[in-house]
Design a protein around this ligand. Sequence first.
Ligand code: CUA
Length: 163
Amino acid sequence: MDHRMIEKYEKGWLYLASLLIALLVIITIVNVVKSTIPSVTAHHGHEVRTINLQNIASTPFATPGLKQNEMGQYELYMISMAFMFNPPEVKVPAGKPITLYVTATDVLHGLQIENTNVNIQVIPGEVAKVTYTFKKAGTYRVGCNEYCGAGHANMMSKIIVED
Ligand code: CUA
């Protein structure tokens, strides 16, 4: 091989090596991004995502209650814990879809809204998501429907729906 041939041959290998390194970098980035996306499963008509309870302060659960996202949609964040819901009372508008996000910070709880079909099992480390539109104004009691200890029966909250 003359000098020029060798140069060409070396360039080929260099090109291949760079390609492989680029590929490795891409695979690493994809894996890192993947690991930050919570897994989503659906059961009983609502979606469930995982949450790291250690990081709860950096999530919207740090300030539970009704929020509006950048699209103007209503999001209601609730925390179930022994033996209360946070917030214990919340006002929401009638006739607007409300997306409820609920998690538990200690043990298994339930969240059932009276006179609706909202009936969720709330598992520590998971966020259940369900969207519901209250058609009629009024006070809807929220109760826990999974036995969670001595204060289970008193675990209540209120959703006040206003026109
Ligand atoms: Cu919480 Cu029963």
